[in-house]
Design a protein around this ligand. Structure first.
Ligand code: 5GP
Ligand code: ZN
Length: 141
């Protein structure tokens, strides 16, 4: 299995995790479209959302509505973009279901997945600081 998200799930690849439970896991996107960009995944590997059982989908949605306000609070954002690229023709690069949670402070400007600025190298400290803020907010819920 060469799926990077399965490797992150299994701690065989590094990541900045912010939340995990029996069926779901969330960690920082390595090339954030905005500060605090989180990927929420089911532990189970499937490419398409329609391959998930209703039970797992429900678990994913429960985690989503728990995490969104916490991520927003951590990043001083009132709103978020939440999205799924469901298949390669829809821009899915990693074939393991993942939900993008992108907090949007009011003056954050345009949201562009293609913005080259998101691919600039970032220090470990950048990710650690954001992950810690988000974890604290989640733990407080
Ligand atoms: P997709 O286009 O498949 O919906 O999004 C894949 C996302 O995964 C992108 O936002 C990309 O930055 C992120 N990503 C790619 N490789 C890694 C990785 O190794 N670790 C983490 N945390 N995120 C990754
Ligand atoms: Zn996978």
């Amino acid at each position: 299995m060469s799926c990077i998200l399965c490797k992150i799930r299994d701690n065989k690849a590094p990541s900045y995790k912010v939340y995990e439970d029996k069926h779901t896991l969330a960690f920082l996107d390595i090339n954030p479209v905005a500060d605090g960009h989180v990927l929420l995944i089911p532990r189970e590997h499937t490419q398409y959302i329609e391959e998930l059982s209703p039970e797992i989908w429900e678990a994913l949605m429960r985690t989503l509505i728990r995490l969104v306000p916490s991520i927003q609070r951590a990043m001083n954002a009132k709103d978020s973009n939440i999205g799924i690229n469901n298949g390669p023709n829809a821009g899915q690069i990693i074939p393991h279901v993942h939900i993008h949670i992108i907090p949007r402070p009011s003056k954050a400007g345009k949201l562009l997945f293609s913005n080259p600025a998101r691919f600039k190298p970032r220090k470990k400290e950048y990710f650690e600081e954001i992950a810690e803020k988000i974890r604290k907010e989640i733990e407080a819920t």
